[in-house]
Design a protein around this ligand. Structure first.
Ligand code: NDP
Ligand code: MG
Ligand code: MG
Length: 340
C-alpha cells in the first residue's frame, strides 16, 4: 500500500547542520533553493560562471559558486540542471563528493538508466515535486504545499530517507503529502505519462480532432475552440472533482455522446500502442533513443519541433488568443476571479 508522509513525519534535524548545494537555478532549482533557504537551511547554488542566473540568485539573497565548488562545500548535492546535461555536470562534481554525502535528484532518469553511477559511499535520493518549479515556489510563499515523490536508490548512511524527508519538508512538499516510491517507478511512470497521455497523447488527440473537422470543411477557428480551448475547462473539472465531476457538469447529450463514442476514438488499438510505448520505457529502448538523439545534436527532435510549430492549429490559435481578453490575464488567478 502507498505510504504518504506529511510535515509531522519529517524531522528537520537530519538536514539542520548540513549544507545543500542546489545545482541549477531554473524551474526546479530556484524553487528548491529559495524554499530551503527560507525554511532555515544552509544553501549554496551551483552555476556555471557564464550563467545569467548567477546575479539573479545573488540578488535573491543566495550564495552562488561553481557546481564543483558548491558540491565541495555541501553535504547534500541536489542536481537540478536539465536531465540531458546531468551526466556531464555529475562528472564535474564527483571528485568533490565525500563519504556520507548525498546526491539528490528530482527525476530518476539518469540513475535508473545508468547514465550516472554515483560512488557506493554516498546516499542517492529523489525528491520530486509533482509540479513545475514556479508552482512549487508560489505554493510555498502562500503557505501551501506541493505534492511530491520520495525515493531512496542507495542508503550508505542509514539516514537517506529521513534526510530526503527533511528536504521535502524544506521545499514545502510534506505540507501537501509526499508519496514513497522507487527510482524505477518514478522514472517509468513519469515517462509513460508524458508520452502516452499528458504531452504526446493529448496533443495528438487535439491535432487529429482539429484536422478531422477542418478537412470536413468546418472553419479552423471553430475547430480550435472545440478541441483546444475548451479542453482546459474539461481538464479543470476533472482536476477538481474527478471524471464524475466533469460528467456531472456537462450536458446529458455531451455525457451520452462521450460515453458511447470515447472508447471508439481511443480503442483497443490505442491501448496496444500504449502497452508498446510502456515496454519501450521499461526495457530502456526509449532512453537509448533519446540519449543517442542528444549525442547526435538532436536532428530528429528539431525537425519534430518545427513541424509542430508549423501546424495550422498554432497559427489559428495565436490569432484567436490575441483577439480574446482571457489571453491577457491568464497569468493571474486573482484577476480571473474578479467580477467584471
Ligand atoms: P531547467 O531547464 O529549468 O534548468 C536550467 C538550469 O540549469 C539553469 O540554471 C541553467 O543554468 C542550468 N544549466 C543548464 N545547463 C547547464 C550546464 N551544462 N552546467 C551547469 N548548469 C547548467 O531544469 P528543470 O528545473 O526543468 O529540471 C531540473 C530537474 O528537475 C530535472 O531532473 C527534471 O526532470 C526535474 N523536474 C522538472 C520539473 C519541471 O516541471 N520543470 C518537474 C519535476 C522534476 P545556465 O543559466 O547556466 O543555463
Ligand atoms: Mg562534500
Ligand atoms: Mg517528466
Amino acid at each position: 500500500s502507498t505510504t504518504v508522509y506529511y510535515d509531522d513525519d519529517a524531522d528537520e534535524s537530519y538536514l539542520q547542520s548540513k549544507t545543500v548545494a542546489v545545482l541549477g537555478y531554473g524551474s526546479q532549482g530556484h524553487a528548491h533553493a529559495l524554499n530551503l533557504h527560507e525554511s532555515g537551511f544552509d544553501v549554496v547554488v551551483g552555476l556555471r560562471e557564464s550563467s545569467d542566473s548567477w546575479p539573479v540568485a545573488e540578488e535573491d539573497g543566495l550564495d552562488v559558486a561553481t557546481p564543483r565548488e558548491a558540491a565541495a562545500q555541501a553535504d547534500v548535492v541536489s542536481i537540478l540542471v536539465p536531465d540531458t546535461v546531468q551526466p556531464a555536470v555529475f562528472e564535474e562534481i564527483e571528485p568533490a563528493l565525500d563519504e556520507g554525502d548525498t546526491v539528490q535528484f528530482a527525476h530518476g532518469f539518469n540513475v535508473h538508466y545508468n547514465q550516472i553511477r554515483p560512488p557506493e559511499d554516498v546516499d542517492v535520493t529523489l525528491v520530486a515535486p509533482k509540479s513545475p518549479g514556479h508552482i512549487v515556489r508560489r505554493n510555498y510563499e502562500r503557505d501551501e504545499g506541493t505534492p511530491g515523490l520520495l525515493a531512496v536508490y542507495q542508503d550508505a548512511t542509514g539516514e537517506a530517507a529521513q534526510e530526503a524527508l527533511a528536504y521535502a519538508k524544506g521545499i514545502g512538499c510534506t505540507r501537501a503529502g509526499v508519496i514513497e516510491t522507487t527510482f524505477a517507478e518514478e522514472t517509468e511512470t513519469d515517462l509513460f505519462g508524458e508520452q502516452a497521455v499528458l504531452c504526446g497523447g493529448v496533443t495528438s488527440l487535439v491535432k487529429q480532432g482539429f484536422e478531422t473537422m477542418v478537412d470536413a470543411g468546418y472553419s479552423p477557428e471553430m475547430a480550435y475552440f472545440e478541441v483546444l480551448n475548451e479542453l482546459k475547462l474539461i481538464v479543470d473539472l476533472m482536476y477538481e472533482d474527478g471524471l464524475g465531476g466533469m460528467w456531472h457538469s456537462v450536458s446529458y447529450t455531451a455525457e451520452y455522446g462521450g460515453l458511447t463514442r470515447g472508447d471508439r476514438v481511443v480503442d483497443e488499438d490505442v491501448r496496444e500502442n500504449m502497452e508498446e510505448i510502456l515496454e519501450e520505457v521499461q526495457n530502456g529502448e526509449f532512453a537509448r533513443e533519446w540519449i543517442l538523439e542528444n549525442q547526435a545534436g538532436r536532428p530528429k527532435f528539431d525537425q519534430l519541433v518545427q513541424a509542430e510549430e508549423d501546424h495550422e492549429i498554432e497559427a489559428v490559435g495565436e490569432d484567436l488568443r490575441a483577439l480574446f481578453s482571457w489571453s491577457e490575464d491568464d497569468e493571474s488567478d486573482e484577476q480571473e476571479s474578479e467580477p467584471a
